[in-house]
Design a protein around this ligand. Structure first.
Ligand SMILES: Nc1nc2c(c(=O)[nH]1)N[C@H]1C(S)=C(S)[C@@H](COP(=O)(O)O)O[C@H]1N2
Ligand SMILES: [Mo]
Length: 187
């Protein structure tokens, strides 16, 4: 059926423009894959918040569990559908640390030195999580285990592997790829 009058914004295609679907899971990073033993792993949340925290692996696992199924879109043109993630909702983390009124942006720092930035709103999206499981098992090191971020509404460079620190700030600061020409929003 050709209606001829369908507006472009009405399109509901799941694959973004220029993407191809893959069923494997490519590995992309800076080439350093830090291995962090669970007893040494920790996540710092600091900056413009009322309750700065330093979470151990046990602390993270004691938080309410959240699960979500989402698609991955990497800007190098592959998309991977229906990834089942388990972890802690970023919305829950924000409720725990209580952002101050001035907080607007989130800078995420990883154990390999990688950084990336999103708005506080994008960070706290209803489907975003601090993930420690994928498809029912632990996240392997090459995909950012033991713990990575997953922000499904953004391209995948906004989902840091080996997350170490989440910093809330007022003024935006661009991360590794954002200072090298990648789109600042990447939604
Ligand atoms: N710590 C860290 N996180 C990172 C990166 C990185 O180099 N280091 N690369 C980003 C990019 S560009 C992509 S596409 C995805 C790749 O994740 P994957 O290797 O699990 O597919 O991780 C993102 N998160
Ligand atoms: Mo990427």
């Amino acid at each position: 059926l050709l209606t001829g009058d369908q507006k472009i914004e009405d399109r509901t295609e799941r694959l973004p423009p220029g993407q191809r679907r893959v069923t494997d899971w490519p590995v992309l990073d800076l080439g350093l894959q830090p291995s962090i033993p669970l007893e040494k792993w920790h996540l710092t949340v600091d900056g413009l918040i009322e309750n700065p925290v330093l979470l151990s692996w046990e602390d993270l696992n004691a938080q309410p569990a959240f699960e979500d199924v989402s698609d991955i879109h990497c800007v190098t043109s592959w998309s991977r559908f229906d990834n089942y993630w388990e972890g802690v909702a970023t919305a829950h983390l924000l409720a725990l640390v209580k952002p101050k009124a001035k907080a607007r942006h989130v800078i995420m720092h990883s154990y390999d030195g990688y950084t990336t930035n999103v708005t506080l709103e994008a960070f706290g999206a209803a489907d975003a999580l601090i993930a420690y499981r994928w498809e029912g098992g632990p996240i392997v090191c090459q995909h950012g285990g033991p713990v990575r971020l997953v922000i499904p509404q953004c391209y995948f460079w906004k989902s840091p592997k080996w997350i170490e620190r989440i910093e809330l700030v007022e003024e935006e600061r661009r991360g590794f790829w954002e200072t090298r020409g990648y789109h600042n929003v990447g939604d």
